[in-house]
Design a protein around this ligand. Sequence first.
Ligand SMILES: [Zn+2]
Length: 265
Amino acid sequence: MDCREIAPYVEPYGDGELGPAERAAVEAHLTGCRACQERVARYGQFRHLLRRQPREAAPPELRARVTRSIRRSAGWHALRRWAVAPLAAAMLIALVTWAGVHGVGPWSTSRPSSLIADLVSKHATYAQIEAPVEFASANSSEVRDWFRRRLGVRVTVPDYAPAGIRLLGGRIADTDGHKTAYLLYEKGHTLMSVFMVTGERLTPAGTASMTYRGFAYHTADVAAQHGVFWAENQKVFAVISSLDYESLLECADRLRMDRGEDQRL
Ligand SMILES: [Zn+2]
């Protein structure tokens, strides 16, 4: 078994689903190949996300205040089952005064760029509308085919299901005139948005930078949401959710790896 042949076995191996003969063949290759050992280790860390729960998005008093304000605005019945109430409140209160950046890196008082603000606001908005996705499917390749038909470009649609993060579907959005592929996922009742904006530039104002698995990302906390942003090949990518940063970075890393594989095909 060589590095190419081992590829389809990495995930079943990590899931403990291989029979004894296949398992032995995989392990025989692994003992001599550091690159494949790392692939297996990466998948193990990805699976590890399964065991963690999303943290609370907002303190209880804020949540209560927002819940009341949403009820008053009569939009309550229209809310999805996701944990959007704290987000909506936080958007009302914090959109004007940016929360700055914390969690990783130094505090920053500068404002995130309009692109970052726009993507976070889309994440918040779509979470609250009745039909957040235009094309609903939990199947990555169906969603990828839908984007190819609609946008004429290849959009990588990672499968985060092994980490308990379920794909809900896709939507095509517009970000300041730039076509944007939008993927929506959920973990439990917490939403996660993934954006790919074509032809945009990422300005690091108002973000912290951090390196994860050797790649530099920008991170920003806006309105109780965490965002991980990066640029590659004239595209800007964003993963936004109230999930913890480690989960978001893991999802970002996975997306980058899957994109690399899509481009080799
Ligand atoms: Zn190998």
